[in-house]
Ligand binder design. Sequence first.
Ligand SMILES: [Fe+2]
Ligand SMILES: [Fe+2]
Length: 195
Amino acid sequence: MESDERVRWRRLLEKELSSARQIHSEGVAQCARQLAKHWGADPDKAERAGWLHDLTKEKSKEEHFALFEQFSADPDETEQQIPNLWHAVSGAWLVFRCLVPNDLEIFSAIRWHTTGCPGMTLLDKILYAADFIEPNRNYFDVEFYRREAFRDLDNALRLGMRWNLLSLLEKQVPVHPRTVEAYNEQTRKQERNLL
Ligand SMILES: [Fe+2]
Ligand SMILES: [Fe+2]
């Protein structure tokens, strides 16, 4: 990636996000690039997806719904009820239409980076994993998750989804059925690997 492009994304994030989230996004971009190199995906696309994945995270409810309308975006019924999931929809569409036009791989990675989904592509998995292992994350067993993402990406994904599901259940908030489906898919894969 040319350094001009990095400057462009950094400037954009300065306008849209708090400094903590700018730092997080840059961390996800770097980490997604490393994972892409390791697993044979396109490092530039992975980095771009990292820079942009949380772009609309600090928008208000009204701004989100205006973006949904503008792009005829499609939050499903469960997504409409969970504000934390809105930025994956509005962000994916904003990037797809205005910033990295017509790049379906980046659209998909941003679209599914919060819930996951069954049948994730390599780039989807890389962004999902980079989001929870980027260098600024510091939960207690993050080092284990970091190693796992470079050793067995599917298992890292399964563990990330498990962690995500457990924390949602603990908070007694709704869980998106797509996360459960994605978790089941990755768990079946691991079971097959153990046979
Ligand atoms: Fe996010
Ligand atoms: Fe994020």
